[in-house]
Ligand binder design. Structure first.
Ligand code: ATR
Length: 280
């Protein structure tokens, strides 16, 4: 008799365990690739997080995604790679031998989505990034890695933009929130990493008619799928990259680390998640 081998499983750790699209994405790939595996949601309160992570394998998991409010704690409880350290937060955990490692896949999620949505985007010289939180750090890291010459960062709270610029060096220039309008005519790439434009949040009021005629506009917000910013950019004939694309691309690496196959972001997967978001 052969011993039964338990299927590999990963999970999403959050609190509260909000409705997440990650199970839909990973179950789709497991099905497509014919892999017997699982992906669960684990609601873990802050006081239970350290204990849960330290016993992740004992709970039956080969790895995990981590979401609010645990992403910073996850960094301290694992051996983070350079990406997780630069962003200051980890969203993907896996075992390397018996060491629990962590990374931040928002960087490649953002960049790979741009590659897929706006081929040749990295020919731009000036990028303008709105926001200075964790998502902005992921975007800036990716833009620097791809050799963008000048990255301007505008944030409502100016101090955070300065801190971010100091962390990343001379290529990154903090600008005042009020100076966004002056920066638009040079911005070959505009990226919104703030929550403005998200369902229930104020709109991002920008005169994007001032952008160069070949500019590319990316928005990390994906509820709604087409933000007012993306709608305005498309109406102007500009190329765009949306937040759902980034969400799908950031999930690739975790799946590869846990299940040993690199999955693809297909139109079919996108349609499945769009339908779940209420946008058939
Ligand atoms: P994340 O990890 O998603 O980046 P975050 O660190 O909370 O989340 O950052 C949210 C970003 O949205 C910040 O840049 C924030 O600006 P502040 O640093 O000034 O708070 C920005 N943001 C949120 N609401 C905003 C608003 N009403 N106007 C302008 N920026 C806003």
């Amino acid at each position: 008799m052969t011993a039964s081998v338990k299927p590999r499983a990963a999970c999403l750790i959050g609190w509260p365990a909000a409705h997440s699209r990650s199970p839909l994405i990973h179950h789709y790939w497991l099905r497509k690739l014919g892999i017997e595996g699982g992906y669960n949601i684990e609601a873990v309160p802050p006081e239970g997080f350290a204990g849960f992570v330290q016993r992740l394998a004992a709970h039956g998991f080969v790895g995990a995604n981590v979401t609010l409010p645990h992403k910073e704690r996850a960094l301290a409880l694992t051996l983070p790679d350079e990406r997780a350290r630069a962003v200051g937060a980890a969203n993907t955990l896996w075992y390397e031998a018996s060491t629990l490692r962590s990374t931040n896949t928002d960087i490649e999620g953002f960049i790979n989505n741009l590659d897929a949505s706006a081929n040749g985007w990295d020919a731009v010289e000036d990028a303008l990034v709105l926001g200075a939180g964790g998502a902005s750090r992921a975007v800036v890291f990716g833009l620097l890695e791809r050799g963008i010459k000048r990255i301007h960062v505008a944030n409502r709270t100016a101090e955070r933009a300065h801190t971010l610029a100091q962390q990343f060096g001379d290529t990154v220039h903090p600008i005042a929130w009020a100076a966004i309008g002056e920066a638009l005519p040079q911005a070959g790439l505009l990226v919104n990493t703030t929550s403005l434009g998200m369902h229930g949040q104020p709109a991002l009021e920008l005169a994007i008619g001032a952008l160069p005629s070949q500019a590319i506009v990316a928005d990390l917000v994906y509820v709604p799928l087409e933000t007012p910013l993306l709608a305005a950019a498309r109406a102007q004939g500009l190329r765009t990259a949306d937040g759902l694309g980034m969400l799908l691309h950031q999930a690739v690496r975790g799946f590869e680390l846990w299940f040993g196959h690199r999955p693809e972001v297909t139109p079919e997967l996108r349609a499945l998640v769009e339908a779940d978001l209420g946008h058939p």
